[in-house]
Write a protein that binds this ligand. Structure first.
Ligand SMILES: C[S@@+](CC[C@H](N)C(=O)[O-])C[C@H]1O[C@@H](n2cnc3c(N)ncnc32)[C@H](O)[C@@H]1O
Ligand SMILES: [Zn+2]
Length: 300
């Protein structure tokens, strides 16, 4: 059984708060759970203490009432297999470089909707402690196990912490993070503004116009360009748009399992005709543009 005292980065632990009453969280005496201080407040008039399991998988579960939410096991496995094969490395490098550019030295980063921690892990390599939050326990579990393996290989102290939680109710205290990243996951502008320090930055990554156009050419008779994300922060969210950058590159996917995994990661998967699915399965190879728009905001 893992001991959370040894596993959890203390600076990230200090940012967590109880998803039930909002009080600060600490490690329970048994080293396997997180516990709030049970202070009386409007949200906790009786001063109850709330306990959250954390020992088994190396991630902490801070989403009571959201059991089974987020991506299913199969989706997590497919995406992990695809991402770990390196196809999106240029995107991960661009995001890591952008975080390095925007985040003060020793700053803390929150990756909201982190999936299995592909980008969170790369950002942590830049020297920033990263809290990854995802609603899927399968994603958080995979992320924590991958991080643990990497730590054991290089013998470094933990600089990532993964939590099951919702981006719409982050289990995090106000104004604690320097940078929030939100990569192809639901955007919750009000929450991101709440948890960012004044002057902190938000990076929202979404599909660029020609993202996966080669894939669409294969499955659709009339492929269309992507619209921008619809859930981007608005002017009254307390976040000011500074800039939009784009990173575009081309990938070739020979492995049919990787092609299928990439397809299953897209919103088109469920909207595509049986014929489109068959065309992709029958193709020898797939060459396509990958295009990320990186929307950069500053907390007012
Ligand atoms: C397309 S995946 C992107 C994952 C990761 N950021 C990446 O790019 O590899 C979207 C992720 O959002 C998560 N998600 C969906 N709704 C969520 C919510 N309300 N709060 C937190 N995560 C959520 C899913 O479980 C899934 O892991
Ligand atoms: Zn509590």
């Amino acid at each position: 059984m893992l001991d959370l005292n040894a596993e959890l980065n203390p600076r990230l632990l200090g940012c967590l708060c109880c998803p039930v009453c909002g009080a600060p969280l600490g490690v329970d005496g048994n080293g396997r759970s997180l516990v709030c201080n049970g202070g009386r407040s409007e949200r906790n008039p009786k001063g109850k203490v709330h306990l959250f399991d954390g020992g088994a998988g190396g991630y902490v579960h801070l989403a009571p009432g959201h059991g089974g939410g987020g991506d299913a096991k199969e989706a997590v496995h497919a995406r992990s297999a695809f991402l770990r094969s390196g196809y999106y490395t240029p995107a991960a490098e661009a995001i890591a470089a952008l975080v390095r550019e925007l985040t003060p030295k020793n700053g803390l980063v929150l990756d909201a909707g982190c999936g299995e921690g592909y980008y969170s892990g790369r950002i942590a390599e830049e020297g920033f402690p990263v809290l990854g939050v995802d609603l899927s326990k399968f994603a958080a579990d995979t992320a924590a196990k991958t991080a643990r393996r990497a730590r054991m290989n290089c013998g470094q102290a933990s600089s990532t912490l993964y939590a099951v939680g919702s981006v719409f109710e982050l289990p995090v205290a106000d104004e604690t993070f320097d940078t929030v990243t939100n990569i192809f996951a639901p955007c919750a502008p009000a929450e991101y503004a709440r948890v960012l320090k004044p002057g902190g930055r938000l990076i929202v990554a979404g599909a660029g116009e020609r993202h996966l156009f080669g894939l669409k050419e294969l499955i659709y008779d009339d492929p269309y360009l992507n619209d921008p994300r619809r859930d981007l922060p608005a002017e009254d969210d307390g976040l000011r748009l500074l800039e939009v950058r784009n990173v575009t590159f081309t990938i070739t996917v020979h492995d049919p399992d990787h092609r299928a995994a990439l397809f299953s990661m897209t919103p088109y998967y469920w909207r595509t005709s049986r014929e489109g699915h068959s065309r992709l399965a029958a193709a020898d190879t797939l060459t396509t543009e990958v295009s990320f728009d990186l929307h950069i905001y500053e907390k007012a």
